[in-house]
Design a binder for this molecule. Structure first.
Ligand code: PMM
Length: 300
């Protein structure tokens, strides 16, 4: 007798923000955002792409390996990091944004500063990604509102220098959801249309490993906000701790890419809009595997 089992993967609800360039509006799967840190001190690739030519070459490599967009940042947000000046941040990122945009790469700008966001959009950036969700700079919402670009609002409780002390929650899933919901309301009231907003739980930002796993285990709580979700888990410390060796030494950042790709597949299958990763090739494959499974379920 043949038994018919329930499908493994029903197609999740997947929304995308308004304001994207057309080449990304036709893609019906989770997007892959490649990380390009033009910094001396980011936790996994700090110093590798501080030179403009090296950064541009890496951005093109990320695109060629399957990144749908490349996220250019000029200020490290690693735990304990000190801020850089606005001038230094702009000096690092703007030539890279301009060169990549000129070569047809979809660029997002990873910044907490309105001035950098506006200058980057002027230079060709198509998405603004702010790890502070607009909290670090009172002018950010107005700058993004004028730009017409999508805005990624990450959950954030304060600058990296002391964020570990803010990792206290009654219920991390409920608290992050509520804080992001309030952020969405405020950003909308400050002029960014809600349909251009993306939410991100901010893994590792004022969160310990348990908090990160809880948020990943309960993505529904974020998807219920009705906005596209972006996840940045790649190479983060909680994966290093998970994969520690027998003596408890964390797995080094660059050796966490397989685990990062595993999370890409799981997040994509839950309906996440975009994953932010350092090594894009495996994630680019993973999102296609998930999309193929989803359409096989639908066509039955
Ligand atoms: N993480 C980092 C930097 N930018 N942006 C978003 N939206 N989400 C993240 O989780 C995020 C981010 C830190 O990682 P990196 O130092 O490797 O760039």
């Amino acid at each position: 007798m043949t038994t018919v089992s329930a499908p493994q993967q029903a197609r999740p609800r997947r929304t995308r923000p308004a304001g994207l360039p057309t080449q990304l509006t036709t893609v019906d799967r989770c997007l892959v955002m490649g990380v390009l840190n033009v910094t001396p001190d980011s936790f996994s690739d700090g110093g590798a792409y501080l030179d403009t030519d090296a950064a541009v070459a890496h951005g093109l490599r990320l695109r060629d390996r399957g990144a749908d967009l490349v996220d250019v940042g000029g200020e490290s947000t690693r735990p304990g990091a000190r801020r850089v000046s606005a001038e230094e941040e702009a000096r690092r990122v703007l030539p890279v944004v301009r060169a990549l945009a000129e070569q047809g790469v979809v660029v997002s700008i990873d910044t907490m500063r309105a001035s950098t966001a506006s200058a980057a959009v002027e230079a060709g950036a198509q998405v603004v990604n702010d790890v502070s969700g607009g909290l670090a700079d009172a002018d950010m919402a107005a700058a993004v509102a004028d730009s017409g670009r999508p805005f990624v609002a990450m959950h954030w409780r304060g600058h990296s220098a002391d964020m570990a002390s803010r990792a206290t929650y009654d219920d991390v899933v409920r608290d992050v959801r509520e804080e992001l919901a309030r952020r969405l309301d405020t950003l909308e009231s400050e002029g960014i249309p809600r349909d251009r907003l993306v939410v991100d739980p901010g893994l590792g930002f004022a969160k310990d490993a348990g908090h990160n796993w809880a948020l990943l285990a309960h993505l529904d709580g974020l998807l219920d906000l009705g906005r596209p979700v972006l996840i940045g888990a790649s190479r983060k410390g909680f994966l290093g701790a998970l994969l520690a060796d027998g003596s408890g030494t964390p797995r080094p950042a660059a050796a966490r890419d397989d685990a990062s790709a595993a999370l890409t597949a799981l997040a994509a299958a839950r309906g996440v809009w975009c994953v932010r990763v350092h090594e894009v090739a495996a994630s680019a494959d993973a999102v296609r595997v998930v999309a193929a499974l989803e359409s096989a379920v639908e066509s039955r």
